[in-house]
Write a protein that binds this ligand. Structure first.
Ligand code: MN
Length: 322
């Protein structure tokens, strides 16, 4: 289509508007978690075009699911290495047990951050009182200096802060001057943001960070790019402001993730983050051999008593480079 005006005016388009950040839209893959009634999740990280946003290396979004139909969540003890897990719920309740001895109830709007260090295992089961399960499971890769450290478990319930047009709960790092007291091992941020109908939000951003916006409900635009429910918009470093607009006539809820680009190549397989195929194979062996590297979960009553590792693929696992 062409402009058919006989004397088109010259238009200066820059104006006072900052150049929009380059936004890449990552659409979710539907993945069954396994088990007889296989709860399904929408996975946006990792994927072929992008493995990491800062140190965020994994993002699963699920629900709202009627537990009566889906069977809810029942994940038997399984191991992790070289990462932190962030459990964030919008509805429902999950009972967490780990080999550090932590026993916690994961509730909506509260951060539960488990650090694997060299090795941990945990189980996750939705509670009998849960009718609707709705949330996200996120992982953070640990940098080399901390990936062989100890196990940790932290709980933090961030206050809901009014940003004018939106409410934010900052669970990691700092967003709009709101800081989480929970330490991170790399420059990182995470927050739940609820935008009121048609709200426009200009969030100050750290220009050296890259950012991701995962849409839980509603419809939003990030720096002018429309993001549907379940998708993850990626904004490259270089912006001092993140422009979020709620395009819907109802509330829109998103998770904002961000951090300094993670410079190390990692190898991810099953529940492990490592640095080489050999290391991942050794983690797998250690889990199968019930090594002390992962410890034991007390109090998990389901079956199987621990999840066996799947077979390694025939091909060598390759690092995910940026
Ligand atoms: Mn896990």
């Amino acid at each position: 289509m062409s402009n058919t005006e006989p004397a088109p005016a010259e238009v200066e388009c820059r104006g006072g508007v900052p150049a929009p950040a380059r936004v890449e839209v990552l659409t979710a893959r539907d993945v069954p978690l396994g088990g007889p009634r296989a709860m399904r999740v929408r996975r946006t990280l990792p994927q072929r075009q992008r493995s990491l946003i800062g140190a965020w290396c994994f993002a699963d979004h699920y629900g709202p699911d009627d537990v009566a139909a889906s069977g809810g969540m029942d994940v038997a003890p399984h191991p992790h290495t070289g990462l932190q897990t962030v459990s964030w719920l919008f509805a429902g309740e999950v009972e967490h047990r780990d080999s550090l001895g932590s026993h916690a109830l994961v509730r909506p709007g509260e951060l539960n951050l488990m650090t694997s260090g060299h090795g941990i295992c945990h189980s996750e089961v939705s509670t009998p009182g849960t009718r609707i399960l709705h949330g996200a499971q996120l992982w953070v890769a640990l940098p080399a200096a901390h990936r062989d450290g100890g196990r940790e478990f932290r709980h933090y319930a961030p206050p809901a802060a009014d940003l004018g047009g939106a409410t934010a709960r900052v669970f990691l790092g700092t967003v709009a001057g709101l800081a989480s007291p929970v330490p991170t091992y790399s420059p990182l941020l995470g927050a739940e943001i609820v935008l009121r109908p048609h709200a426009r939000l200009s969030l100050p951003a750290e220009p050296s960070y890259e950012h991701g916006v995962l849409v839980d409900t509603g419809l939003v635009s990030l720096a002018g790019t429309r993001l549907e429910r379940g998708s993850l918009g990626y904004a490259a470093p270089g912006s001092a402001v993140l422009e979020l607009v709620n395009l819907a006539g109802e509330e829109t809820r998103v998770l904002l993730l961000g951090g300094a680009p993670f410079e190390e190549d990692i190898v991810m397989w099953w529940n492990f983050v490592g640095r080489s195929h050999e290391e991942i194979a050794a983690f797998r062996e250690a889990w199968q051999a019930e090594s002390d590297q992962f410890g034991r979960v007390a109090g998990y009553a389901g079956t199987p008593p621990r999840l066996p590792a799947p077979p390694l693929p025939n091909a060598r696992l390759k690092p995910r480079t940026r």
